[in-house]
Unconditional design. Sequence first.
Length: 97
Amino acid sequence: MGKPWLWVLIGYLILVNVIAFTVFGADKIKARKQKWRIPEKTLFLLALLGGGLGAFLGMHMFHHKTKHWYFQVFIPLILVLEIAAGVYLWLHLSGRI
């Protein structure tokens, strides 16, 4: 536990992914009920802020935004970039690079 900022980062990532997942689900419910929708910019912003996994899972579990090519391309791309950044950080912190 020598790096408290790391636990803060992990907590943040868990929170933003839960929020992204929940927002995708909420937007799907709103779409079915023909209610006011969450802007697509907000969905992408949540993914870009570290919620790529939550956005990806929400997209596929709720079958939401899966017909839009830009969601099919960019949400997985954001997730891959976030995983790459995480692997880089882990390797850097462990002294392997």
